[in-house]
Design a protein around this ligand. Structure first.
Ligand SMILES: Cc1cc2nc3c(=O)[nH]c(=O)nc-3n(C[C@H](O)[C@H](O)[C@H](O)COP(=O)(O)OP(=O)(O)OC[C@H]3O[C@@H](n4cnc5c(N)ncnc54)[C@H](O)[C@@H]3O)c2cc1C
Length: 384
């Protein structure tokens, strides 16, 4: 039964399409079906926070139409089709009202945005942006001169802040941390990025949160926990992502922070694999492009018959804040050591060193960002 069934990939984001491309490099024939809840248009998600800087709207950021992808990759694409369950025993994917047999199933269904349940009567002015459709809706609501409040000062919040200022919009960022990108950057580098964003005109309200969003005569009023009131026209919610695990758990597949897989991208259930934002690979949840590309290359080999484990090298993250280019390679969690920094204004080179003086991580901003490649060679790979 399972011999005739296709390889089924759920999700047409960068993880799903990268995997299909990698499989097709080695195997032109095996039947592949891709299932996606969205329209299947191919786009590069990291570009969503560069629309104004690059002069592109949602249509301009789309890279290839669904039909073109299906043809190019010689596969069947089922769009606007939501997976509702997995019958692992029967090798069946449950869709709304029907089921689809698979020989191998790959979960590439991404992560959900964390939605804050916010009191107030202006929820329709709050925009999470985690895919092209979200971005399209946001751009449609944005009018010349709009004032935008961004909840969250992580990588995505800071990138949108820079991009919207480049587009000429008023931008205010609100976040509970005392610095930007607290889970990525050491304070010295975070302060440099924040200072340059402030010079660009971004206003920050840190160490507080939005407690309420109410409709105002024009736009909305945000009530902050510190008692301040801010006016805006639109709100971007960039408070984090959570890998999608619910359907996997319901099917008896082990999940922790993400769908758990080993280095061969195998879940705890036979013939079911996962990669991309939904996956916890050998204990690592890395919601970035480099890890998913490495996984796609390894998993493609496995699916065409040569079981292959992924090997993560160093995984530097580029932060797309052109006012202060930055790159970071965080040290392994729990690593012992400390940051040592060289600084010239907002040009920062911070190295995380252990007691022996080995460099385990780095964060660079401004002109030092040019050293990211060289530093990536010094830092040990995640999988040695
Ligand atoms: C604004 C922004 C900027 C970023 N910048 C960078 C950067 O500079 N560098 C970097 O490395 N990373 C960056 N990232 C992260 C990176 O883009 C993601 O890690 C990557 O795109 C995730 O791809 P994915 O395919 O795993 O998930 P997604 O792109 O989210 O794709 C998930 C797919 O699964 C489908 N799906 C979900 N649930 C179901 C279901 N039940 N049934 C059917 N289909 C379903 C969806 O429709 C979609 O097709 C950025 C992210 C954002 C939001």
């Amino acid at each position: 039964m399972t011999e005739q069934a296709p390889i089924v990939i759920v999700g047409t984001g960068l993880a799903g399409y990268s995997l299909a491309r990698e499989i097709r490099k080695q195997d032109k024939e095996t039947r592949i079906v891709m299932v996606t809840a969205d329209d299947g248009v191919s786009y590069s998600k990291p570009m969503l926070s560069t629309g104004f800087t690059k002069g592109k709207d949602a249509d301009g950021l789309a890279q290839a139409a669904t039909e073109a992808m299906a043809e190019q990759l010689n596969l069947e694409l089922r769009t606007y089709t939501t997976v509702t369950g997995i019958d692992a025993e029967g090798h069946r994917l449950l869709l709304d009202g029907e089921s689809l047999l698979y020989s191998k199933l790959v979960l590439a269904w991404g992560a959900d945005v964390i939605r804050l349940t916010m009191p107030g009567d202006a929820q329709e002015r709050v925009f999470p942006i985690n895919d092209l459709e979200d971005y399209r809706a946001f751009r449609k609501a944005l009018k010349p001169g709009s004032r935008v409040a961004i909840m969250g000062a992580g990588l995505i919040g800071c990138e949108f802040a820079n991009d919207l200022r480049n587009g000429g919009y008023e931008v205010v960022v609100i976040a509970p941390s005392d610095a930007v990108m607290p889970s990525l950057l050491p304070p010295v580098a975070a302060n440099a990025v924040q200072a340059e964003l402030e010079s660009l005109g971004v206003r920050f309200h840190l160490e507080t949160v939005v407690e309420r969003i109410e409709a105002a005569e024009t736009g909305v009023t945000l009530l902050l926990a510190n008692g301040e009131k801010l006016q805006a026209d639109l709100v971007i919610s960039a408070v984090g992502l959570r890998p999608r695990t619910e359907l996997a758990r319901a099917a008896g597949i082990d999940a922790g922070r993400g769908v758990k897989v080993n280095r061969a991208l195998e879940t705890s259930v036979q013939d079911v694999y996962a990669l991309g934002d939904c996956a916890e690979v050998d204990g690592h949840v890395l919601l970035y492009v480099l890890p998913l590309m490495a996984c796609a290359r390894a998993l493609a080999k496995t699916l065409v018959g040569e079981r292959t484990e992924v090997s993560y090298g160093t995984m530097p993250v580029m932060i797309k804040t052109p006012c202060c280019p930055a790159a970071v390679c965080p040290p392994p969690s729990g690593a012992e050591g400390g940051w040592e920094a060289e600084q010239d204004g907002t040009h920062v080179k911070a190295l995380f060193k252990n007691a022996e003086g080995d460099v385990l991580g780095f964060a660079v901003t401004g002109r030092f960002a040019l050293e990211k490649q060289a530093l990536s060679k010094v830092v040990p790979p995640i999988h040695s």
